[in-house]
Ligand binder design. Sequence first.
Ligand code: ADP
Length: 247
Amino acid sequence: MSDAILETTGLTKEFRGFVAVNDVNLTVRRGTIHGLIGPNGAGKTTCFNLLTKFLPPTRGTIRYDGRDITGMKPAEVARLGLVRSFQISAVFPHLSVLENVRVALQRERGGSFDFWRSETLLRRYEDRARELLEDVGLSAYANLQASDLPYGRKRALEIATTLALDPVMLLLDEPTAGMTHEDVDRVVALVKRVAQGRTVLLVEHNLKVVQGLCDTITVLARGAVLAEGDYAAVSRNPDVIAAYLGT
Ligand code: ADP
């Protein structure tokens, strides 16, 4: 099995002539937590959307687990195990926390909503949903309406619904955006936990968040790769410092 699970070659995205992602060669090694960081406007979100097939590239190729996925649809790559947060769409606010995860499981396993399944099967979904809530630290909130979850816990629910798709590689877009320090620490611990046995690509604005999490960090600036390495290396890189100070 190759060491690389995800590889891009010359990945480029132009919006009416504006180059948002410019000739990016990215290699994510299997079993690692890889951070894609950069100042505002660096092209992180565009790159994330290209990798999960929500946007078609202008040029370049994307390989995942030995296959060329450049022309695939989001659902196809999700079936191969490459799953982004929000893959299932946002959380349903009027359902309970538990029901949200159960629906995610039913959707995935059954392919469609079929509420007339056997009792046994429904119980299995419910048990699995409870396990996933336990994994993300939300057991105490199982019966709460999702819209009543504190902001800092909503990401944990999104991660639980993403885990319902049984990802091999998980792509997370700024999982700590807008959170308090305490919530950030909790999400960092959660990402560490869900990364076990998986590969994670984390798009993040905050250097501090990736510090404790990422084995490798790729820094984007103005759409191109500016630097790559572990936290110690990229945080000392004068180009990286200049790019961050310039925002
Ligand atoms: P980041 O996530 O790093 O802040 P983005 O990927 O959102 O960066 O954006 C990179 C650049 O591409 C920005 O200058 C942004 O204005 C531009 N951009 C992103 N999406 C579009 C779009 N749909 N049309 C035109 N320009 C876009």
